[in-house]
Design a protein around this ligand. Structure first.
Ligand code: FAD
Length: 553
């Protein structure tokens, strides 16, 4: 196909993840288009995801965060970047945008016509009432400027104690980086767990890692106000009256889409509050596209619209919109699964698809399988255990979601699960995947396979899994761990028969009683449960994830 020769005027509002991708792609698809990025901030295409890591010093040089400059956009793409240009109004009839250009304190009005308009205005951090008129040492972290001000404050004033409010992805990253600077850090979270997209027991693994790394973690903790004198906050006052002294506060309680421009132009918003788009990122406004954090995407597993304020979907939607705006066709935007990952000190944790709460809210029946397995062959030096949880439909075994935590190999398992989810696959597909294996990389039976095998056993009742936090009272509990393990982590009410003695001693048990088998991770308990089921025990279950997960209850 010949490249289009149309000299369209393409205007992009917002020049970071989605907007910069859209502009660059538009140029690659149309050599003649006149492409302009209008960005209200002082820079374009900066790495917001890298901001926390410069605060901690892990990304040493600030300029590394500037992925592309206006000069590069012009030299390489002949895309005009106009920083300091805030668009205030879209005139759909006249097909133009207008706003204010500000430099050195002076403002000038501007108006620019468009043939195609791409909205990429992103999201903005939510500002709770207690930080509406913040002191000089209270921050949010969303822009380079925010990052610079945090660093300047830490350099200008002694910062021994910091408080981070909100234990989402950004909050956790900042906590890690503040600790890296030897700052005594407290993390406050209103919910009973950190990182809400994870199931509670998986989130508990992060909480333990935080505590072990010296972070003061306060869950179920509501902030009431900030105590300030001379424009500096000295303490965070909690709803229960307690005051926590602090030298620095960083508020990370979530984001909301910046949709006011789209809304005032009469562009349709969906039930989630994001801009409604079709598969080519076209909005309800003719010739107007929207990408990134302001839109609602189609969630492939949930089968409904959802907002996912993450960089991956922003970049991908930018690419689709850029191509379509430039030449009238592109591949359609694929659905999202909400795949996300974070590093918290020595632990990497991630999620894709639905968690248990989302399944419940959507009325989707589900079952779960949790395993522990080394990230590569256990006999090869450096093997590290990872925890993998699969969520799947009873009956069909359709994969609904996955979560993983560990110090190595988490991203790989998560991405494999995300891929299978994307294609609507089942746990049986996961069990049969032909994955790369040699001892330094994985196992002949990869953790992904192991988790899928456990799920398959569950669905085939070979035997079923009991929920990790199930009420065990009234059941015959058969603990097949060795004596040392039991001494370290006892389980009340259990009969202790080590797995290797069970073939000789199973007669000590009552075959008529509903029975649950237990070990450290569920692996030996599975062998025990199969044996008992084979001997005619009529209701046997294996405790999901074993004591390694039950201890997180
Ligand atoms: P943005 O990248 O926010 O860009 C929007 C731009 O539009 C802004 O520069 C803004 O100034 C401009 N703008 C807004 N209104 C106007 C207007 N009226 N006129 C002109 N310009 C305007 N995501 C991940 O997937 N992984 C991560 O690890 C990760 N870490 C993050 C860490 C931090 C600290 C932050 C802040 C974000 C992180 N994200 C991460 C989220 C990710 O950065 C965003 O999802 C992504 O940048 C959204 O892209 P966007 O183009 O929609 O919006």
């Amino acid at each position: 196909m010949n490249p289009p020769q149309e000299a369209l005027r393409i205007v992009v509002i917002g020049g970071v993840a989605g907007g910069a991708s859209a502009a660059a792609r538009a140029r690659r698809c149309n050599a003649h288009a006149e492409i302009t990025i209008l960005e209200k901030g002082p820079v374009v295409s900066f790495a917001n995801c890298g901001l926390p890591y410069h605060i901690g010093g892990e990304i040493e040089h600030r300029e590394k965060l500037l992925v592309a400059t206006p000069e590069l956009f012009w030299d390489r793409f002949r895309v005009q970047v106009r920083t300091g240009h805030e668009v205030k109004h879209i005139d759909r009839d006249a097909k133009s945008v207008s706003g204010v250009f500000t430099r050195d304190g002076h403002s000038v009005a501007f108006e620019i016509p468009y043939d195609r308009l791409i909205l990429a205005t992103g999201s903005e951090p939510i500002c709770p009432p207690f930080c509406e008129s913040p002191a000089d040492n209270v921050f949010q972290l969303w822009t380079l400027d925010d990052m610079d001000r945090i660093l300047a404050d830490m350099q200008g004033q002694p910062c021994k104690r910091a408080t981070v409010i909100g234990a989402g992805f950004v909050g956790l990253e900042i906590v890690e980086q503040l600790k890296q600077r030897n700052i005594d850090t407290t993390l406050l979270e209103r919910l009973p767990q950190v990182l809400a997209p994870l199931d509670v027991e998986m989130a508990k693994l992060i909480e333990l890692e935080l505590i072990q790394s010296g972070v003061h973690v306060r869950l179920n903790t509501e902030v009431k106000s900030l105590v300030s004198t001379d424009k500096r906050t000295t303490a965070v006052k909690l709803a229960d009256g307690e005051s926590l002294p602090t030298d620095l506060v960083i508020v990370c309680v979530g984001v909301r889409p910046r949709t006011s421009l789209a809304k005032s132009a009469g562009i349709e918003l969906g039930s989630t509050g994001g801009v409604t788009i079709n598969e080519y990122c076209q909005t309800s406004g003719p010739s107007i596209y929207a990408v990134g954090d302001i839109v609602e995407y189609h969630h492939g597993t949930l089968e409904r619209a959802i907002r996912v304020p993450l960089a991956g979907p922003a970049n991908r939607s930018g690419r689709v919109a850029g191509a379509h705006a430039a030449c009238g066709h592109s591949q359609p935007l694929r659905s999202v699964q909400g795949t996300a990952i974070v590093r918290v000190f020595g632990l990497s944790v991630g999620v894709t698809g639905l968690n248990s709460r989302m399944c419940r809210e959507a009325g989707k029946p589900f079952r779960t399988a949790i395993i522990q397995a080394p990230h590569h062959a256990s006999y090869f030096p450096g093997a590290k255990n990872l925890t993998l949880k699969l969520i799947y439909e009873p009956g069909s075994g359709k994969l609904l979601g996955a979560q993983a935590a560990g110090s190595a190999g988490v991203d790989k398992r998560l991405d494999v699960a995300a891929t299978v989810l994307h294609f609507g696959g089942t746990i049986h597909d996961l069990a049969g995947l032909d994955l790369a294996y040699a001892p330094p990389f994985g196992s002949a039976k990869d953790p992904i396979h192991m988790a899928a095998f456990v799920a398959q056993n569950d669905l085939a009742m070979l035997p079923i899994l009991a929920e990790y936090d199930a009420e065990l009272e009234g059941l015959q509990i058969v603990d097949v761990r060795n004596a040392n393990e039991i001494a370290t982590l006892p389980l009340a009410g259990a009969v202790h028969i080590p797995v290797d003695q069970l073939s000789d001693r199973w007669q000590e048990l009552d075959p008529k009683q509903p029975t649950v088998t237990v070990c450290h991770s569920g692996k030996r308990a599975h062998v025990a449960a199969c044996l008992l089921q084979g001997k005619g025990f009529n209701a046997v279950a294996n405790l999901n994830g074993g004591m390694s997960i039950r201890r997180l209850k």
